[in-house]
Each structure stands twice: as C-alpha cells, then as structure tokens.
Write a protein that binds this ligand. Structure first.
Ligand SMILES: [Fe+2]
Length: 344
C-alpha cells in the first residue's frame, strides 16, 4: 500500500455510507475479498430498505395507480399528460426559441442538454408550468424516494446509426446499486425505429436471481475491461436478465405527450436506432445518498439554488475540463435551435 493510499483509506471507508459506486476508484468498494463476503449485495440490500422506508413517507405524492406501477414494474407510465392546448403551447415554446445547449457525444449518438434555470423559464409559461408542475416533480420524487429538487434539462437525442461507434447507452445496464429516478416527457411520437428507451420490468428489485448475479459481478468488477461496468453501472445482456427470472423487456415507443418515470437502478437501455432520429423531451433525474434517514433537507431547495442544478453542473464540468486542459464531455454548442445538427 502506498503512503497516499493510507491517507485516503478513511475517505474510501466513509464513502461506503454514500452513493459512491465505483469499483475501480474505491479499493474498498472494489475489494475482491470483501465482495466475496457480500459487501456489495449488503449495500444494495440496505439501500433498497432505506429507499422503501422513505418512499412510504412520500406515498401521497402520487396516486394509487402510480404506486402500483412502480411497485410491480419499476416505472410509472402516463399518456395524454397535457391538454391539446397545453401541449401545443409547450411545443411552440420549444420550437420557436433558441437555447444555451451542451452536446455530449457517445458513439453514434449525441445527447443535447439544455439547462432550464429560472431565468430561462421566465418567458416560457408552458415549459415552466410543466417543469415545476406536480406530476413531473412528484413522480420523480416518489420514485427516487427523496423529496428534493431534481436536475432538469430540455433533452434531445440525435442519432446517426451509420456514423461512429456503437452508443454505449444501447447496452442493458443498471445505473447504480441504489434506487434512483429518471423521467422523460416525450413531446413527439417515438417510433420503434428511433431506438426508444427499453426497460426490464421488475428488475428494480433485489430478487434472489439479481442478488446472485450482482454478487458474481462484484467480485471482479474492479478488474473488468469495461470502464462503465467497473465504475458501478453493471452491463448485461437481455438474456442474462431473463436468466435471473425477469419478464421480457418493454420498449417505450410511445405517442407524444407521454411521461415515463423509471427507477434506473433497474435494467434498461436506449434502443438501437435504425435511422437518423431526433428525440425531444423534458428530462429529469434525482438521486441522493441512499442511506439518508429523512426524505427532505435538500440544499437545492434554498432560494437562489432551486432549479439551477443543471446549469451549475454544466459550469462545473467546464471548469474541471479547463483545469485539465481538455474539452468538457458536455460541449457548449451555443444558443441554438434545439434540433439543429450537432457540430461535435
Ligand atoms: Fe442508464
């Protein structure tokens, strides 16, 4: 052990009580010996229990049908969310404005992130009403088991199937060891050919089948060649999920005006796009320390910070990239129409 490792050991140990998930970057989380004794699965089990306990306290945020959908499948799906007038107004605000946009390329797909801080929403009443509305906010908070401010973007996926490497998001994976929520409100129809979001129903639960698979993965995850797997977003095939006893995958090739809120601790993937496509949505994500014994007390609820997480996150990525003399993973694309082709 190097001297620096001895100094870092208390930090690595303290991270066990947080959402830290990387088997590569934390030698305790990645320890073969400790994982053979069940460390990873024990963290998963405790995270699930604590999340269930908090989620029960947030039951009033959603209705009976939403609770039943989450419990059985790991996601909440709603169609015809807005009235025709509201939807038309929202589409108009998105189509007729330009936005400060950040592009992230992963293989043959570019994901465009548009932060929506209060100053961006102040002249867009439909967008503001949706982003701050009960349905979007409450279903994210319920699934995440956390009454906190989610990170929200206008979100565009631009795919060019014949250009570049395979998009790593098209492999089935779990985002992390703990329950966590992501939401997409689709403004327009999503066709099967456009590579819709797909999910393995029920895989948000630590069933005996999943626990055995996780135990096996955890032992040598620190030595794996796949960096994303080694950092705690375990990759798998649909057949492996089936072998754990889960149902067939579902694809969300949904009509426009649909909302999907999924626990992306469950197994999911972006479908493979068979043609160039542009998918426009409003995206939210919420994940906090899974072991918190309370649902609220969120620093982002303070005035001045509320609604600004996405903007601050982009600035933070730019700052760290500049310090390393590199380009940020999310490159500023200018104030553009959100469906404009990416230059990166
Ligand atoms: Fe994911």
């Amino acid at each position: 052990m190097r001297a620096i490792d001895i100094l870092k050991s208390p930090i690595w140990a303290a991270e066990l009580a947080t959402g830290a998930k990387s088997f590569i970057d934390n030698p305790i989380i990645g320890s073969r010996r400790l994982n053979e004794r069940g460390l990873h699965v024990a963290r998963m089990r405790l995270a699930e229990r604590m999340s269930d306990w908090r989620r029960r306290r947030l039951a009033d945020l959603v209705d009976d049908d939403d609770r039943a959908q989450y419990e059985q499948k790991g996601f909440i799906q709603r169609s015809n969310v807005l009235s025709p007038e509201q939807l038309a107004g929202l589409r108009r605000e998105v189509e007729e404005n330009t936005f400060h946009s950040y592009d992230m390329r992963q293989g043959n797909a570019v994901t465009r992130f548009v932060p929506l801080p209060p100053q961006e929403l102040k002249d867009k009443p439909h967008l503001a009403a949706f982003v701050n509305g009960r349905l979007f906010q409450n279903s994210l908070r319920y699934v995440a088991s956390s009454n906190a401010d989610p990170i929200v973007y206008l979100h565009v996926v631009l795919t060019q199937p014949n250009k570049g490497r395979v998009d790593p998001q098209t492999s089935f994976h779990s985002d992390t060891f703990q329950p966590t929520a992501k939401a997409w409100f689709f403004l327009y129809d999503v066709a099967m050919e456009d590579g819709p979001f797909t999910y393995v129903p029920g895989s948000h639960r630590l069933t005996p089948g999943r626990a055995a698979w996780e135990q096996k993965q955890s032992v040598d995850a620190a030595d794996t060649k796949n960096r994303l797997h080694g950092r705690g977003s375990f990759r798998l095939t649909a057949d492996e999920a089936k072998a754990m006893g889960f149902a067939d995958t579902v694809a969300f090739n949904v009509p426009g005006n649909s909302l999907v809120v999924a626990d992306t601790h469950g197994f999911h993937a972006r479908g493979k796009s068979e043609r160039p496509s542009v998918r426009v949505g409003i995206y939210g994500s919420l994940r906090r320390n899974p072991f918190l014994p309370f649902t609220g007390l969120d620093p982002f609820d303070f005035p001045g910070l509320k609604g600004r997480q996405a903007y601050l996150h982009m600035k933070q990525l730019e700052f760290f990239a500049r310090r390393k003399g590199k380009n940020s993973s999310h490159r500023y694309a200018g104030k553009i129409s959100i469906t404009q082709p990416s230059e990166f």
